[in-house]
Ligand binder design. Structure first.
Ligand SMILES: [Zn+2]
Ligand SMILES: [Zn+2]
Ligand SMILES: [Zn+2]
Length: 107
C-alpha cells in the first residue's frame, strides 16, 4: 500500500477533519487542480495557499482527486459526485459538501 498523500492546512485529526468542518461525516480531502495538493476544504485552501483555487475542468472527472480520511482510498471526481459513502470502507460522506461542488469542480 502506498502512503497517504499529505493533507495541507489546519487539519485537526487523522481523518482529514479541519478547523472549519469537524462533524463525523467530514472525512474527505480534496486535491486541488491548481496546486496538486490535498486540503480538507475550500477554506483551508483559501487560508493556506498563496493563490486562488481553481476548479477541476469537466474533462477531469476521471482524476483521483478525493481522499477518504478513514481508509485512504482515493476516489475519482466522477465516483465522488455520486457517492454517499466511501466505496471501499463505507464511511458516510457529508451531504452538505454537495452545496460546495462548484468550488472544487466545474459543473
Ligand atoms: Zn491551490
Ligand atoms: Zn477547512
Ligand atoms: Zn474509505
Amino acid at each position: 500500500m502506498t502512503a497517504r498523500p499529505a493533507v495541507l492546512g489546519p487539519v485537526v485529526d487523522d481523518e482529514t477533519r479541519c478547523i472549519h468542518y469537524g462533524t463525523p461525516l467530514d472525512v474527505v480531502a480534496i486535491r486541488f487542480a491548481c496546486c496538486d495538493a490535498y486540503y480538507p476544504c475550500h477554506l483551508c485552501h483559501a487560508e493556506t495557499a498563496d493563490h486562488a483555487a481553481q476548479q477541476w475542468p469537466l474533462e477531469s472527472r476521471g482524476e483521483r482527486a478525493l481522499l477518504c480520511g478513514v481508509c485512504d482510498h482515493e476516489l475519482t471526481i466522477a465516483e465522488y459526485l455520486v457517492a454517499d459513502a466511501c466505496p471501499r470502507c463505507g464511511a458516510a460522506f457529508n451531504p452538505g459538501c454537495r452545496l460546495h461542488t462548484h468550488l472544487y469542480f466545474e459543473v
